[in-house]
Design a protein around this ligand. Structure first.
Ligand code: UTP
Length: 294
């Protein structure tokens, strides 16, 4: 079992970020000066994946353009002698092969994944959500691929969340194999605190067998009237081996305002060209805040 392709669903409407997402895809919003989607694609490429399938929709063309050459910008920069910056642009186009499929109506994440079937066919594949960033030494999806290949099984990435946050995620329940690995027996999308089978939440990284397509085709709309990937995964867990792996790394929910601010600060502090200035800014704002409080 070799994972060669990754699906990145990008067809959602991004309503949590309105009005910014009226005309700009949420996935193109930058963390500093790099669009979120580029971090996600780079994660997949670092994990050895070369074929990336974007599930797109109306108003999402800029995502695809970002991974092509930008002839005017690159030529102008070359002419001005700024080849290093021209290369920054060109290298994005060289990252990987891009395949796009339209999800003509955003009917949910499960439906978006099903749209990838004509490209994926019968092989296992990775899924990365476009608004979840994971900062880790070994790319998060690479960690899952290793577990999937070793165990010949589907794998969902999970992280432990505080009890009150289980209502925001798909939550897995099952038998612990070791510190990081669980054999999944059940999954519930956004359960109440009482219903939740554990505190292990699925943020947005998966390696799945192609059987998920047939399951999703038969999955009825669930919470919010959408075809939920979590509902499809529940059936997959009943039919085949599904593991949950607590990945190493820090995850940011960049589809949410606070998660987005958190990621921006964290990534800026890690950037050698920005960190000193950002620290000064943070100190200034904290001092102002303390001045107000006292
Ligand atoms: P989200 O629910 O976080 O994205 O879906 P959204 O619907 O764009 O955001 P809000 O809640 O309205 O702010 C997770 C991922 O799945 C994709 C989204 O683009 C996002 O990357 N998605 C979601 C689809 O591709 N199609 C869908 O029908 C729904």
């Amino acid at each position: 079992m070799k994972i060669r392709k990754a699906v990145i669903p990008c067809a959602g409407l991004g309503t949590r970020f309105l009005p910014a997402t009226k005309a700009i895809p949420k996935e193109m919003m930058p963390i500093i000066d790099i669009p979120m989607i580029q971090y996600i694609v780079e994660e997949a490429v670092r994990a050895g994946i070369q074929d990336i399938v974007f599930i797109t929709g109306r108003n999402k063309d800029s995502i695809v353009d970002h991974f092509d050459y930008s002839f005017e910008i690159e030529t102008m920069l070359d002419r001005k002698g700024n080849t290093p910056l021209a290369d920054v642009s060109r290298n994005i186009a060289k990252l990987c092969n891009i395949i796009t499929i339209r999800q003509k109506n955003p009917m949910g994440l499960g439906h978006a994944v099903l749209c990838a079937e004509p490209v994926i066919g019968n092989e296992p594949f990775a899924i990365l959500l476009g608004d979840d960033l994971v900062d880790s030494k070994v790319p998060c999806i690479g960690q899952l691929i290793e577990i999937a290949e070793k165990n010949q099984a589907s794998v969902v990435g999970v992280m432990e969340v505080p009890e009150k946050e289980v209502t925001k995620y798909g939550i897995v329940g099952g038998d612990r194999i070791n510190d990081r690995l669980t054999h999944v027996r059940t999954l519930i999308e956004k359960p109440s605190v009482e219903e939740a089978p554990s505190r292990l939440a699925i943020p947005g990284r998966y390696v799945l067998s192609a059987s998920i397509f047939d399951i999703l085709r038969r999955t009825q709309p669930g919470k919010g009237g959408e075809i939920q990937l979590t509902d499809g995964l529940k059936t997959l867990a009943e039919r085949e081996k599904l593991l949950a792996y607590e990945f190493e790394g820090t995850r940011y929910d960049t589809g949410d305002r606070i998660g987005y601010i958190d990621a921006t600060i964290a990534f800026a502090l890690k950037r050698p060209d920005l960190s000193e200035d950002v620290k000064k800014l943070l100190k200034k704002h904290m001092a102002n805040l303390e001045g107000v409080v006292t």
